[in-house]
Design a protein around this ligand. Structure first.
Ligand SMILES: [Zn+2]
Length: 403
C-alpha cells in the first residue's frame, strides 16, 4: 500500500450532498489507503500533516472522477459507412431495417474473440480515462445470442480487476435488438434472453439488466418477464425508453424500481411524474439525439416534475460515435439547457448513485477517484470542446493508464 499523500488545489469541488457543488477554495485532501482520509482547507491540512508527501496544484480545479453511466463500449468493427449514409439523409430506423445499425455491430461482435473485444475495450477505456472518466458502465447487446452476449460480458469481466483502468459496471442488454435468426419472433427471443440471464447472473457477469423499449425495439409485454426476473435475481434494471416513442416503458421502470431511465426524448408528463415519484433519475444522452438530429427531451417538464438528471456519453459505434463524457456534458448544457451544477452532478454523484458506486463524491471515506483539471473553475469543463483538459486522473489514489 502506498504512503499517505496530501493533494492540494486552487479549488476542490466535492459534489457532496445538497444542490450546490460544495466547492472548497484553496483546498486539500489527504489520500490514504486509496480513500479520501481528510478533506478541507489547504493550510489546516498541511499544518495537521506536516510530514506527509504533498502534491500541489495551485490555481486549478479538482473534481471527483467522472462517471459514465451509459455506454456500449464493448464492440467490434466500424459503422462509418452507415454514418455517412445517415449524414446523407437516411434515418436511424431505416438503416436498421436495411440490416445496418445494431445488427451490423452484432455481425462484427460474433466474428470477434473475447480477447480482441477485451483489447478494443481496454483501448477505449484508456482514452476515456484521459478525459477524466474513472467509472464506466458498459452494456452488452451486440451479441444477441447467448454465446456472444457472454463474450461481451466476459471481455468486460476480464478488465474489472485492473486497477489502472476505470472501474467497470457490466450490464446485460440482450434485449437491444432482434437478431435476424429470430425471424420477427420478439416474444420467443425474450424468452431465450430470460434463460441466458439465469446463467449470466449465476456467473456474476452482470450487475444490471437493460432493455430497449421503443416502437421499433421491444414492447413492455416482451421486456417485462426478463426484467422482473432480473430483479428477483438481485440485479438492478436500467432501461432505454422513449428514444423514438413513449410506449409505456416509464410505468414499467417505476414498477421495477429501475436504477435509471435513459433517453426520454419522447415522454409524457404523466409518465415523468411516475418516474419522479419513484425517484428514478433520467440519463440524458445528448450526443445521440444530436447525431440523430432529434429534438431534445422535454427537460423543462422533467425538471418541473422533480426528475434528477444524469449525463452520459452513450458511447457506441452508431448513434453516439464518441468516447467523450466531457463532450456529452458540453452538449447537455448547450443543447438541453442543463445548468453547470446539473451537468457536473449528473456526471459524478448522481451517476455513481445510480450505479451503486461509492465514487462520484469527494468526502471522507469515499474512494480517492478524482481529476486534476488544467482549468480553474467547474464552469470551464463544459466550455472548451474537443480537447482533454485533464492534468491528472486518479482512481483509488493511483494514476490511471492513458493512451
Ligand atoms: Zn444506449
Amino acid at each position: 500500500m502506498s504512503q499517505p499523500k496530501l493533494l492540494s488545489a486552487g479549488r476542490i469541488v466535492t459534489c457532496e450532498d445538497g444542490v450546490d457543488l460544495g466547492a472548497i477554495d484553496d483546498g486539500a485532501l489527504l489520500i490514504d489507503g486509496g480513500l479520501v482520509a481528510a478533506i478541507g482547507d489547504r493550510e489546516q491540512l498541511l499544518a495537521a500533516h506536516p510530514d506527509v508527501e504533498h502534491e500541489a496544484h495551485p490555481g486549478v480545479l479538482v473534481t471527483p472522477g467522472l462517471i459514465d453511466a451509459h455506454t456500449h463500449a464493448v464492440w467490434a468493427g466500424s459503422r462509418a459507412s452507415e454514418y455517412a449514409m445517415r449524414m446523407a439523409g437516411a434515418d436511424y430506423e431505416q438503416i436498421a431495417e436495411a440490416g445496418g445499425g445494431i445488427v451490423a455491430s452484432m455481425r462484427a461482435v460474433r466474428e470477434a474473440t473475447v480477447t480482441s473485444l477485451r483489447d478494443d475495450l481496454e483501448a477505449r477505456l484508456r482514452r476515456m480515462a484521459s478525459l477524466g472518466v474513472t467509472t464506466v458502465e458498459v452494456k452488452s447487446g451486440y451479441g444477441l445470442d447467448e454465446e456472444n452476449e457472454r463474450k461481451q460480458l466476459e471481455a468486460i469481466g476480464a478488465l474489472r480487476s485492473r486497477d489502472d483502468l476505470p472501474a467497470l459496471v457490466p450490464t446485460f442488454l440482450g434485449m437491444h435488438a432482434l437478431p435476424p435468426e429470430a425471424q420477427g419472433d420478439k416474444l420467443g427471443y425474450a424468452t431465450r434472453c430470460k434463460q441466458w440471464l439465469e446463467r449470466i447472473a449465476a456467473d456474476g457477469l452482470a450487475e444490471y439488466v437493460d432493455a430497449y423499449i421503443d416502437r421499433s425495439a421491444f414492447s413492455v409485454v416482451e421486456a417485462r418477464p426478463v426484467l422482473e426476473r432480473a430483479r428477483e435475481l438481485g440485479l438492478g434494471v436500467r432501461l432505454h425508453i422513449g428514444q423514438f416513442a413513449d410506449v409505456g416503458g416509464a410505468k414499467l421502470a417505476a414498477l421495477l424500481q429501475a436504477a435509471s431511465v435513459d433517453h426520454l426524448e419522447h415522454i409524457s408528463e404523466q409518465a415523468a411524474e411516475a418516474l419522479a415519484e419513484a425517484a428514478i433519475p433520467a440519463v440524458m444522452l445528448p450526443v445521440a439525439s444530436f447525431s440523430l438530429n432529434q429534438a431534445p427531451p422535454p427537460v423543462e417538464m422533467l425538471r418541473r416534475v422533480g426528475m434528477r438528471f444524469i449525463v452520459a456519453s452513450d458511447a457506441n459505434p452508431g448513434s453516439a460515435p464518441t468516447e467523450s463524457l466531457p463532450l456529452a456534458m458540453a452538449f447537455a448544457a448547450r443543447l438541453y439547457g442543463l445548468s453547470v451544477d446539473e451537468v457536473l452532478l449528473g456526471a459524478t454523484r448522481r451517476a455513481a448513485a445510480s450505479l451503486g458506486s461509492e465514487a462520484g463524491v469527494l468526502r471522507v471515506g469515499a474512494p480517492a477517484d478524482l481529476v486534476v483539471w488544467d482549468l480553474s473553475h467547474e464552469r470551464e469543463i463544459i466550455q472548451p470542446w474537443g480537447s482533454s483538459r485533464v492534468r491528472r486522473v486518479l482512481r483509488s489514489g493511483r494514476p490511471l493508464s492513458r493512451p
